[in-house]
Design a protein around this ligand. Structure first.
Ligand code: ME8
Length: 528
């Protein structure tokens, strides 16, 4: 593998297009996007992958229900995911569909490789099967009354010839990996759960089906289709050209980005990633991803999970339209409100409160007050000073910025989104308090112009630093802020430029007269 120092590979799940994308899907994709943008801000060569997981019985059934062939069904549905990612500014580098021919070619080769190695063998499956989860269960794992341990629905007794993957063979290696690298599975709650699960012993798993045909055919036994997880999990490497690259150049992407730096997944699919995917990679003699992070669920107050099978999902587009908010507001809300590894209760009240208080009041007001003052006190809107008059308050603010930046970086490096936003807000809140304390309008009326200029300059610098650090979270708003304060130079939008420049190197600001309100307050009376 190549020197990966300057590359970063982050993945979001490939979602089932068996229903419209919802806020839960958006949550994970936004998190992955924030990390991708953050790493790009730090100068990494980033690959962000997502896509759709289009095979399996559920999809075949949905297509039948709609009276179309599966191909037509998945074409329409996967487009809906792409459309939503466009609205939400998900800057993916590649969108993989498991029906893409290059992916199917690789899955066939991977299956054959594992078979030839003796890690896949043919046998006979007799047992309980959950159709909605597309998962087999042993009697002991199913509840007494034959209900699915994952979704609680009824399991069906099924008998069929099937191929099996020797998962049991890899239990010790997986446990050793966990022991050597406790940060491999995060957060700690997921790590402990996975460890316990493997310690209890692993059974071989069924990896082919004969009862439906919508999937990748097993190349040497066309009666079988590759059962969902080998097909789905392989996407992380097939997207890079593994077993499908037509040239050395095409394969260079694989050597450049694999192993992944982090797979973001919901905690319910952690087992497939932290156990099955790991075993497949070991069997293929490939390096393992550096981290698998299982995020929590969006729940409703009564504790039910937002999920398409429960029919209680919230559409991000509806939120944007009904509340007349920007995609940035949704991005901010999701990552600020719910600490990433925990479950979180979604409510419309918390949505409105977050936006009104953090975005409209704190951030929006800071920018709008500062730019209004400059436009009022400087007829041309230009803030171009020669010298700074730094007092104790200003020095304190300058050190707050540099501390907040370090904290932000440490927290984002460990995927603590909400906490890293708090670190940025410590600057925003302190800047607002500073305005109250130094009362620039009094400096103006007492003609203390040199001090006034310093105050306004420091405020602009704080706003610029905040806008830089917010690029990963609310990219469109950061750009709007830059243009409102007249910053067009790329050099003043970089991570390293997120610091207050002193007298040696003063930044020139020219405030734009046309001001757009960054985050209008949501007036609940006007929401249907
Ligand atoms: O599992 N809260 O696809 P999927 C938070 N195709 N996140 C949620 C959520 C909720 N209520 N509901 C869904 C699959 N998600 C497989 C993945 S990857 C190789 C294959 C998010 O359409 C969360 O990230 O069921 C979860 O893991 C993902 O959507 C599942 O999407």
């Amino acid at each position: 593998m190549s020197d990966k120092k300057n590359t970063f590979y982050v993945t979001a799940p490939i979602y089932y297009p068996s229903g419209d994308p919802h806020l839960g899907h958006a949550y994970c994709s936004i998190a992955a996007d924030v990390i991708a943008r953050y790493k790009r801000l730090l100068g990494f060569d980033v690959m962000l992958l997502t896509g759709t997981d289009e095979h399996g019985q559920k999809i075949e059934n949905m297509a039948n229900k709609e009276g179309v062939i599966p191909e037509e069904y998945v074409d329409g549905m996967s487009q809906k995911f792409k459309d939503l990612w466009k609205v939400l500014d998900i800057s993916y580098d590649k969108f993989i569909r498991t029906t893409d021919s290059y992916h199917k070619e690789s899955v066939g080769k991977i299956f054959t490789k594992l078979y030839e190695k003796g890690d896949i063998y043919k046998s006979y499956y007799k047992g309980l099967y959950c159709e909605p989860c597309e998962a087999f269960f042993t009697k002991t794992k199913a509840k007494v009354d034959c209900l699915c341990p994952d979704c609680g629905r009824e399991l069906k007794y099924t008998e069929e010839e099937a191929y099996f993957f020797k998962l049991s063979k890899y239990a010790d290696k997986i446990l050793k990996l966990y022991e050597e690298n406790p940060l491999f599975v995060r957060p700690a709650s997921c790590f402990n759960e996975m460890k316990k699960f493997v310690e209890a012993g692993l059974e071989d798993i069924c990896v082919s089906r004969t009862t439906f045909s919508w999937g990748v055919k097993v190349p040497f036994d066309k009666k079988h289709v590759v059962y969902v997880w080998i097909d789905a999990l392989s996407n992380y490497i097939t997207a890079l050209g593994y077993e499908n690259a037509k040239s050395k150049e095409e394969l260079s992407n694989f050597y450049k980005f694999w192993p992944a730096d982090v797979h973001f997944v919901g905690k319910e699919i952690m087992r497939f990633h932290a156990i099955i995917w790991v075993a497949i990679l070991i069997a293929l003699d490939l390096p393992l991803p550096k981290c698998i992070f299982g995020h929590g669920w969006l729940l409703f107050k009564d504790g039910t999970k937002m999920s398409k099978s429960k029919g209680n999902v919230i559409s991000p587009l509806d939120l944007i339209n009904k509340y007349a908010v920007s995609a940035d507001a949704v991005r901010y809300f999701l990552l600020r409100e719910f600490p990433f590894g925990n479950d979180g209760n979604f409510s419309f009240d918390s949505f409105v409160n977050r936006i009104n208080s953090d975005l409209a009041n704190d951030l929006g007001n800071l920018v709008s007050r500062t730019t209004s003052m400059i436009l009022k006190y400087k007829s041309d809107g230009v803030l171009n000073l020669e010298n700074l008059l730094l007092g104790i308050d200003e020095k304190e603010l300058i050190s707050t910025v540099s501390k907040a930046k370090n904290t932000y970086q440490n927290l984002l490096d460990s995927f603590k989104f909400s906490e890293s936003l708090s670190a940025i807000w410590s600057v925003v809140l302190q800047a607002n308090r500073y305005i109250e304390k130094v009362t620039p309008w009094k400096l103006y009326s007492s003609k203390n112009i040199e001090k006034l200029d310093t105050v306004l300059y420091i405020l602009c610098e704080l706003i610029r630093c905040v806008a830089v650090l917010l690029i990963p979270f609310i990219p469109t708003t950061s750009e709007k802020i830059f243009s409102q304060i007249g910053i067009s130079s790329k050099g003043l939008k970089t991570f390293s430029s997120a610091k207050v420049y002193d007298s040696e190197n003063l930044v020139k600001y020219k405030i734009c007269r046309e001001k757009e309100i960054l985050f209008p307050r949501i007036d609940l009376k006007s929401v249907d």
